[in-house]
Design a protein around this ligand. Structure first.
Ligand SMILES: Nc1nc2c(c(=O)[nH]1)N[C@@H](CN(C=O)c1ccc(C(=O)N[C@@H](CCC(=O)O)C(=O)O)cc1)CN2
Length: 295
């Protein structure tokens, strides 16, 4: 048996088509063009790839985007000043500061300086709080992308055993909360494994839905997966470069072996990654509608 492939590339394309219609209507009926500001500090190649993908996605959809590539030495004070300027800019509905930031900058201080209504990453405590209590807000892109993959692929989540490996602030913790939600959520039973968890495999083998977001290449092996389980691989681990210098990626999951056990699986690349980008686009449109009292 070989697992069904859950293609983030295909699902993201479908969502992009839906968004394009929404954006065209915003423009034709209300004269509104959603605006996204992207901020990147330093020259990390992976971050540059991701921000470039976000900008290209804006251009394809007709979202106004403006990029602020800052030098590695940019001070925290200078970055906070830029964020404040963008908070006050009416043409900008969403602000994205690419993480990780250089060590001399307090990341949480910068991310919480973004106005919650422009926090299209869904990282701000106000949006995290809204998510936890089930109120409308801006959801973090990768967790919301995973939720869309599960919903649109008709993966049964109600009462499902979900095991998440990883407890980061941008994936593990928020996806755990989202999938345990009842109203509008997955209504699942959630376990979160992390660096202090003993015998991780004893948990992963229980999972109907296994989500790995730890950044360890091929960490999840076939013996760690329940036959027929749905496996969501959030890992984007660089394991080398092509002769042309392009990054070679693999996920947290040993895809070639796990796909012989799993019932459904997401690939890397082409799985969760594209969903992160398209949910960012959706959040920017949502923020634009909110700013104009249409949401
Ligand atoms: N401000 C933010 N910073 C970061 C976020 C985020 O959501 N907001 N998430 C991650 C990185 N990330 C988004 O920026 C991200 C990761 C991967 C992809 C993606 O499309 N990956 C492709 C492969 C791309 C490649 O060739 O490297 C895939 O998996 O198919 C998009 C966005 C950390 N920082």
């Amino acid at each position: 048996m070989t697992a069904r492939i859950i293609s983030g590339t295909e699902i993201a394309q479908k969502i992009r088509e839906e968004l394009k219609e929404e954006i065209d209507l915003l423009k034709s009926r209300h004269g509104i063009t959603p605006g996204l500001a992207t901020v990147i500090v330093g020259d990390d190649p992976a971050s540059q790839t991701y921000v470039s993908s976000k900008i290209k996605s804006c251009q394809a959809l007709g979202i106004f985007s403006t990029n602020y590539p800052l030098h590695e030495s940019t001070s925290e004070k200078e970055l906070l000043y830029l964020v404040k300027t963008l908070n006050d800019d009416p043409t900008i509905n969403g602000i994205l500061v690419q993480v990780p930031l250089p060590k001399h900058i307090n990341e949480n201080k910068v991310l919480t300086a973004i106005h919650p209504d422009k926090d299209v990453d869904g990282f701000h405590p106000v949006n995290i709080g809204r998510m936890v209590i089930g109120e409308q807000g801006l959801l973090p892109c990768t967790p919301a992308g995973i939720q869309q993959m599960l919903m649109r692929s008709h993966v049964e989540t109600n009462g499902a055993e979900v095991v998440i490996v990883g407890r980061s602030n941008i994936v593990g913790k928020p996806i755990a909360n989202m999938l345990m939600q009842k109203a509008g959520g997955a209504n699942a039973t959630v376990t979160v494994c992390h660096s202090a968890t003993r015998d991780i495999a004893s948990h992963t083998r229980r999972a109907d839905i296994l989500i790995s977001a730890i950044g360890k290449p091929r960490f999840i092996t076939a013996d760690m997966v329940k036959p027929g389980a749905t496996v969501i691989d959030v890992g984007t681990n660089e394991i080398g470069k092509t002769p042309a210098g392009k990054r070679i990626l693999c996920g947290d999951v040993d895809f070639d072996n796990v796909k012989t056990v799993a019932g459904a699986i997401t690939p890397v690349p082409g799985g969760v990654g594209p969903m992160t980008i398209v949910i960012l686009m959706a959040n920017t449109v949502k923020a634009a509608k909110l700013a104009h009292g249409l949401q």
